[in-house]
Design a protein around this ligand. Structure first.
Ligand code: PRX
Length: 651
């Protein structure tokens, strides 16, 4: 049924919107005065602030100190004993939410499941017992390669419950990518599915795992959830069905208290080198960070129906599907499939059907919906929505305005949340009950986040002048390490300005202090909100037998935000052809995953290089963006290359 959207004043990209009186009245933070008071306390007296927040949660033993900080090493809630899973699940049953829906799940083909907090406790307990029975112990690393089924969340929570360290790999990544992550994390077990649904076809997850495991020596157990029922090979002694390992297990499990800094998970993300980095998060600080940000930024309340459309394979799925919402005891929607299956109104249908009140998605999805047409939205009643969110990339004003008007009916605040795999939780975002919002800005820092924008000399940039985004103080959900590589951790994040965290993003502040993210300063691409390293794609290209050299740059893209453009120099005896381009695209897809398939490949006789041999990607970036290169190119080893490339990109 269609319901009329609430009338809203005519707004444009320069309008600053304040929350309605009614929203503010009921919000957790009701006024800017309250935000400023709480923010001041969180910066000046972080121990007082965070101790108060942490008290909402269950601690088997209280902490001795809130923070111990010797840059770049932080210890939050030292001396405490806690179980993150107990806080996500058991606590709610104890507090009377046993029969409340924790997860309302919809599979892509339309199958449905409702899992209450009590059932979740039983399922997680059974699976935790099963993991233990398989010999998996605290600190063991367990790789999870699953589609968006409740079992993905159950597997993560069960690992947390027994102190095993989960390493979730996005289901769209290839066997090669799984292999790299298995090798780096030295996982002892893999949890996967027979296959997953994607836009009506199936993704052969178990087969990818089998290929990744060739030659592997550390993995002793593979647990397979039957999702599709397709035939898969099961290696005797190693591979077991989820149902078989859980069926005789008790549905109770005592959650052991772990140390505050006990490792919780590793999540791999792209950086400026060919190999992704294993970002390590630990228990107490991450728990308090995701709990608090969910509570204040999403304004989560007892009767909310929350839906985050991310995949558990990304940090957003960790912090704002598995941990943050469950720590807050809300009901959440989990959807398995594609946004446009069977049609472009799938999301709006889900919102209407379950009465979703808080909806969190990515700008790239919003742009795709705009393109698909308003008729898909108009069919549905979206009046249950009260709050919208975005994450992953800057949102362009046109997409913001459409989201605000068309989806939010002009009445819902939008929280544009800036954060990263490394930060663990949202860092810059409006608070929906008080912060004036404006298209394109993530606005103000969250509690405890001391942000600055610095120039090359470490001085604060003047308003509206871009610089490097840094965080000057530790925060609870911060990364603790790049798995197994303290030096790289220090060099990557803590060495630009002494004692400050460098985010890798360029940003500027307007006169009111609103922060605008300008984009990455390193060689990281943001394709449909997914982070990919140019070096990763380049190294997969040069691994192909026909390729001598490759350079990868981003080109602005209407829907994806950024598109992947590759310049490839072939080996001397290789003839360029359209078939070879297709082969190279598929090759990158095979090595990294379909999300990394280049949008275009140009065969270039040579790449623009300095005399010392460094590829000047900056010039290529300008070339694909504008079709031209301005400025001085005399430092190039061969300035004629630019003319050649100008012609090539026109082809
Ligand atoms: O460039 C920023 C962009 O995404 C990067 C982090 O990517 P990842 O670790 O994959 O985490 C994405 C989900 C948290 C950032 O360095 N980014 C993220 N959120 C925003 C954003 N850029 C602009 N506005 C945002 N709200």
């Amino acid at each position: 049924m269609k319901k009329k959207a609430t009338k809203s004043p005519k707004i444009n990209e320069n309008t600053e919107l304040k929350p309605s009186k009614e929203f503010s009245k009921n919000a957790r933070v009701k006024s800017m005065a309250q935000y400023k008071r709480m923010y001041k306390e969180s910066i000046e007296k972080p121990n007082t602030f965070w101790a108060r927040e942490a008290k909402d949660l269950k601690w088997q033993k209280k902490w001795d100190s809130v923070l111990q900080w010797k840059a770049p090493n932080a210890k939050w809630f030292s001396g405490a004993k806690l179980n993150v899973c107990e806080n996500c699940v058991d606590r709610h049953v104890e507090e009377g939410r046993g029969n409340k829906a924790a997860i309302i799940w919809e599979g892509e083909p339309g199958d449905k499941r409702v899992i209450t907090y009590r059932q979740l406790l039983r399922d997680v307990s059974r699976f935790a017992n099963a993991l233990t029975a398989q010999g998996i112990k605290a600190k063991d690393s367990v790789l999870i390669y699953m589609p968006m089924t409740p079992e993905a969340t159950i597997a993560m929570l069960a690992c947390a419950r027994i102190g095993a360290v989960h390493s979730v790999v996005f289901g769209g990544f290839s066997a090669e990518s799984i292999k790299d992550r298995l090798d780096d994390s030295k996982a002892v077990a893999v949890i996967t599915c027979d296959a997953g649904w994607r836009r009506g076809s199936t993704v052969p997850l178990k087969e990818n795992v089998d290929n990744a495991l060739k030659g592997n020596k550390t993995v002793k157990t593979v647990i397979v959830q039957k999702r599709i029922g397709n035939e898969v090979k099961m290696k005797r002694g190693r591979d077991k069905w989820w149902d078989d390992v859980t069926k005789d297990m008790p549905a109770t499990h005592k959650p052991k208290g772990f140390n505050a800094e006990h490792p919780l998970f590793i999540l791999y993300t792209s950086g400026s080198t060919g190999k992704p980095k294993g970002i390590l998060h630990t228990s107490a600080g991450y728990m308090v960070g995701t709990y608090t940000t969910s509570k204040y930024i999403f304004d989560m309340k007892e009767d909310d129906v929350y839906w985050c459309t991310a995949d558990v394979g990304w940090i957003t799925g960790h912090s704002y599907i598995t941990y943050g919402p469950l720590l807050n005891g809300v009901t959440q929607i989990m959807y398995e499939g594609a946004p446009n299956y069977p049609d472009w109104d799938r999301f709006w249908n889900i919102i209407e059907e379950y009465g979703v009140s808080i909806f969190y998605t990515a700008p790239t999805a919003i742009r795709a919906f705009i393109k698909a047409g308003d008729q898909h939205v108009d069919k549905h009643d979206l009046s249950s929505l009260r709050l919208l969110g975005t994450v992953g990339e800057p949102i362009n004003p046109a997409a913001w305005l459409w989201y605000h008007e068309k989806i939010g009916g002009g009445r819902c605040p939008i929280v544009d949340t800036w954060w990263q795999t490394e930060t663990g939780a949202a860092m810059i975002s409006p608070l929906p009950g008080c912060t004036p919002i404006k298209p394109g800005t993530a606005t103000l820092p969250f509690f405890g986040v001391d942000v600055a924008i610095l120039d090359e000399n470490g001085n604060e940039c003047k308003p509206n002048t871009p610089g490097k985004l840094v965080i000057k103080k530790p925060w609870p959900s911060m990364l603790r390490n790049i798995y197994g590589d303290k030096k790289r951790y220090k060099d990557t994040y803590w060495s630009d300005y002494k004692g400050y965290y460098t985010a890798g993003d360029g940003a500027l502040k307007d006169k009111k202090g609103n922060i605008y993210i300008v984009g990455r300063l390193d060689d990281v691409l943001n394709v449909s909100g997914h982070r990919l390293g140019t070096a990763e794609i380049e190294s997969s290209l040069v691994a192909h037998k026909s390729v001598a050299e490759a350079a990868v740059v981003a080109k602005p893209h209407e829907v994806k935000g950024e598109a992947i453009v590759c310049f490839v120099t072939l080996k001397t005896n290789i003839t360029p052809s359209p078939a070879l381009k297709t082969e190279l695209r598929n090759h990158v897809g095979k090595i990294i995953g379909a999300i990394a398939k280049p949008d275009s490949i140009h065969f270039a006789p040579a790449l623009p290089k300095t005399r010392s041999g460094k590829i000047m990607r900056r010039l290529l970036k300008e070339l694909v963006k504008t079709g031209n290169v301005t400025g001085n190119i005399t430092t190039l080893e061969d300035p004629n290359v630019i003319e050649q490339l100008k012609n090539i990109i026109k082809e």
